[in-house]
Design a protein around this ligand. Structure first.
Ligand SMILES: Nc1ncnc2c1ncn2[C@@H]1O[C@H](COP(=O)(O)OP(=O)(O)OP(=O)(O)O)[C@@H](O)[C@H]1O
Length: 315
């Protein structure tokens, strides 16, 4: 072998490798991929967001911060994180999922590693559940094979076919690997109104006793929720063994929102729109909402759900 051409060949190979490496880096810089540049947990960000953007949910805030921080800080979790968020409509379940996604994925909810399923939209026909089942299993497997830090959000979980819920059970369990794929770094979030009535009753008891809602503790609600979800035979949860197998790590209660929280939501929406906060308008919006029970007018029927569209009308 002739030394000069060998040196040139080695030099060219090294240049090509360096070029490919930098090309790959540039590509990954612009194109979302399963790397820390695109997926990294911002604990302070989540803490600040929960504190400043989520109103009236002291229990949910605390559990979510602890659960997500503990999980993301563990390099070797034994199972995926499974959170089940429960509560009345418009109390912030979807909103919190978005905050979690934004503090893990650079692209937030637009990330290709965050997947949202809505029962009535994606699985509308109970008779076709076997087809949905194999599609869903393939979807989860394909996506976690592609990126182990995937997040799956199942909205309207209580309306999901029990067979379909059962089909995702293996992915939530303490398996090292299933068919060569490890699901242990993924996050599953279930959203539902199941158990909402019990949460409202507890909040109302505190209200009627003149006690501050911040005194409500998780222990006042956790068993109630799992029991009511378990015993509610309208709910898909009821027919599955998700609960008795302890595959859900945290049941997270969302309390019904009061007048003061609706005002905060309206002010916050003004801020998001880049407007000066207008307290008069915020109170006007909150006053015109419907509250229940009728006599006490304690909680907003739709939580903060309609604030965004209502603001257009008042401003
Ligand atoms: N606790 C809250 N703090 C701040 N904003 C809230 C809160 N709850 C609701 N909102 C606002 O209302 C909007 C609708 O709430 P969200 O979709 O999170 O309700 P939900 O609990 O998921 O309701 P549903 O059970 O009907 O799906 C959110 O995008 C957010 O702007």
């Amino acid at each position: 072998i002739e030394p000069i051409s060998t040196t040139i060949a080695v030099g060219m190979a090294a240049t090509l490798t360096a070029f490919l490496a930098s090309y790959q880096n540039i590509f990954y810089y612009f194109h979302e991929c399963c790397r820390p540049e695109w997926i990294s947990f911002n604990k302070t960000g989540l803490e600040t967001d929960l504190e400043n953007k989520l109103f009236g949910q002291h229990i949910a805030s605390r559990i979510i911060l602890k659960a997500v921080s503990g999980f993301m800080g563990n390099e070797n979790p034994k199972k995926p994180l499974v959170l089940s968020l429960h509560g009345w409509t418009g109390t912030g379940k979807n909103f919190v999922s978005k905050l979690i996604a934004e503090n893990i994925y650079k692209e937030g909810m637009d990330s290709s590693f965050v997947h949202v399923f809505t029962s009535t939209l994606h699985f509308p026909h109970p008779s076709q559940y076997l087809t949905y089942k194999s599609q869903l299993q393939q979807w989860i497997k394909g996506n976690v094979s592609n990126c182990e830090r995937s997040m799956f959000i199942f909205d309207e979980m209580d309306k999901m076919h029990p067979g379909l819920i059962d089909s995702i059970k293996p992915y939530l369990d303490y398996y090292d690997k299933l068919d060569g794929v490890s699901y242990r770094k993924s996050i599953f979030i279930f959203l539902s109104n199941a158990g909402g009535d019990r949460i409202i009753q507890t909040a109302l008891d505190f209200w009627n006793a003149g006690r501050n809602r911040n005194e409500i503790e998780l222990k006042d609600l956790e068993t109630l929720i799992s029991l009511s979800v378990f015993n509610d035979n309208q709910s898909g949860f009821f027919h599955t063994s998700l609960i008795d197998k302890n595959l859900v790590d945290f049941f997270v209660p969302f309390l019904p929102l009061e007048y003061q929280h609706v005002v905060q939501c309206a002010l916050s929406e003004m801020k998001v729109r880049g407007h000066e906060p207008d307290f008069e308008v915020a109170h006007k919006v909150a006053k015109d909402l419907v509250y229940f029970p009728k006599s006490e007018r304690a909680f907003s029927v739709k939580g903060c759900k309609t604030i965004e569209s209502k603001l257009d009308y008042y401003t």
